[in-house]
Structure formats: C-alpha cells, structure tokens
Design a protein around this ligand. Structure first.
Ligand code: BDR
Ligand code: CA
Length: 299
C-alpha cells in the first residue's frame, strides 16, 4: 500500500477525491491537512471532518488544520462554484476533532515516519505544502513525490484567462513547491477540463447504495441544481488522486515550471520543457480515468 497525505480545501470535487482515497485499497491515507481556498479554513476543516466521519466511521484518519491565508494577502474563496459552505450538501455534525498537531507538523511527521516514502496529493492552494518544505531540506528528501491539482499550462485558466484557481490563490507557495526539488506531477486544466461527468448522466453518477456513492450523487446533483448553466462537473481533484493511483492514465512532459506572481498574469504556469522536476500532464485516457473515479467513489 502506498502511503499518502492529502492536502485539501473541500470543496465539492475535493470531497469526491477524498472519497476515492478513503475507499482505495492501494492507498494508505495517513492524514488529511486542510487549507482555505474554496471556502474559509474553518469550513474546509469542518467539511473534511464530517466527510471522514460519514464514510470512514471509526477509522482513525487525522485531519489537521492548516493555513487560513496564502503566503501573501488573503484567499478569495469560490462559493459560486462550491456552495455557501464549500460543499453544498449538509453532512451530519461530528464530535471528531482536528488533530493536535497542525498541518505543517503532520505533513512533516508523516513524511519522516516509516515504512517507505510518502506521496503528498495537493488539491488546494499550496500554502501548507510549501510551509512544510520551507527551511527543511530533509523534507525534500523524505517526500517521494507531490501530485498537484493545479495550473493551466497549454490551455486557458479558469479564474483569469491565464490562471487556474489553486495556483492563482497562492502563486508564491506554488513557486516554492515547484522549485523545492521534490518530484512534482502537475495535473492541471490541460487534463482536468477533458475529464468530467455530464449533467444528463445523473442522478446516479455513482451506481451503488454505499454511503460514499450516495454522497457523491448528492454532491453532483446539488452542484448541477445550484448552477443551471453548467453541463459538466469537472473531475479536477479526483483526477489527481486517480493519477497518484494509476500514473499511466496520463501522459507527461518533463519541465521546469515558472509561476507568474503579479499583474494580470498572476498564477500563470509556464513550462520550459526538456528536463526538470515537474511532470506536466498533457494527455489523459478520459474513459479509463472517469471509470477509476466512478468505481472508487462507488465503493
Ligand atoms: C481547483 O480549484 C478548486 O475550486 C477545485 O477544488 C480544484 O482544486 C480547480 O481549478
Ligand atoms: Ca480543491
């Protein structure tokens, strides 16, 4: 079993990604760290705690609190996409409490723990991940790989013509992660905008009676109901988890990736192909990827 940590801002598609990881027999989810982004840090943390309780019950998956703001300024949030609480569906409240250590401490602790290397899957702004690496060269060695949902390399952005949301929200931390020397897999809009579930495929996008499938169906139904102009639910964060499980779902080009920090190109990801620490995903086996998401959420 591969040891993984998930850093996340749930978030509707983050929630599906968490369901996949919790249900996947090939992954050992060692912990979840939360960051502001789609909603406030308090909301993303509460969403993560409730979701773990709802589908994983007694299982001990620590949820640690991370950053409530990016390296500079503040998060802008995406309530228009993810609903007023970041999820759009009411999950039962939980007595589950956040882990005693914060996100940076938990990432560092799990990275140094045995057995074997750990992969960090980053599904939100990269603030926590950059902070865990900052001033700690031992971390860059201990973390085997970081799979990042973020960026729009050869395609337009989704918050500006140039930038994808997660990178736009904290370009300084994204830059630090890409320059850290840790191997990064960049799962950006180049592939996630090809990987979606259509409104008309519902209301049983996930065909099972499991709690996880039912929750997945509620999330998609609510999301489509709240946004009548939208036909596709993009599987951004789920595709990053799928790539961590089955890397050959995607094709990649190796690169150094620069992040624009300021001005109208803020958050733009520019790849210089050849060699470098980043594998930029450019192609995806859409049918197979959607099937991986469907089957894991349906478990
Ligand atoms: C990313 O932004 C967020 O709104 C989603 O959860 C995903 O991580 C897509 O641009
Ligand atoms: Ca996200």
């Amino acid at each position: 079993m591969r040891r993984v940590m998930i850093d996340t801002d749930p978030g509707t598609d983050d929630a599906l990604a968490l369901l996949m990881a919790l249900n996947c027999p090939d992954l050992h989810l060692e912990g979840i760290t939360t960051v502001g982004g789609n909603a406030t840090l308090a909301q993303t943390t509460q969403n993560a705690l409730r979701l773990v309780e709802y589908v994983a019950g007694e299982r001990d998956v620590p949820v640690a609190i991370g950053a409530d703001r990016p390296a500079r300024g503040s998060f802008s949030y995406a309530y228009h996409v993810h609903g007023t609480d970041g999820l759009g569906v009411n999950l039962p409240s939980t007595a589950r409490k956040p882990h005693r250590a914060d996100a940076v401490e938990l990432i560092r602790d799990r990275a140094l723990a045995a057995p074997g290397p750990i992969t960090v899957i980053a599904l939100g702004p990269l603030t926590n991940v950059a902070a865990a690496l900052d001033g700690r060269p031992d971390m860059a060695k201990a973390i085997a790989a970081i799979v990042v949902m973020g960026g729009a390399v050869e395609v337009p952005g989704n918050v500006t013509p140039h930038a994808e949301f997660n990178i736009y929200e904290d370009p300084w931390s994204a830059h630090a992660v890409f320059a850290s020397g840790v191997p990064v897999t960049l799962v950006g809009l180049d592939v996630t905008h090809k990987t979606s579930m259509h409104r008309d495929s519902g209301p049983r996008w996930f065909e099972s009676t499991s709690a996880s499938a039912q929750l997945g169906n509620r999330i998609l139904a609510n999301s489509f109901q709240a946004r009548s102009d939208v036909q596709e639910f993009y599987l951004h964060d789920p595709l990053a988890v799928a790539a961590a499980i089955e890397p050959e779902l995607l094709t990649y080009r190796r690169a150094h990736v620069e992040v624009m920090m300021d001005g109208e190109e803020r958050g733009r990801t520019v790849a210089c192909y050849g060699d470098g620490p980043v594998q930029v995903a450019g192609g995806v086996d859409v049918g197979r990827a959607v099937e991986v998401v469907r089957s894991l959420v349906s478990k």
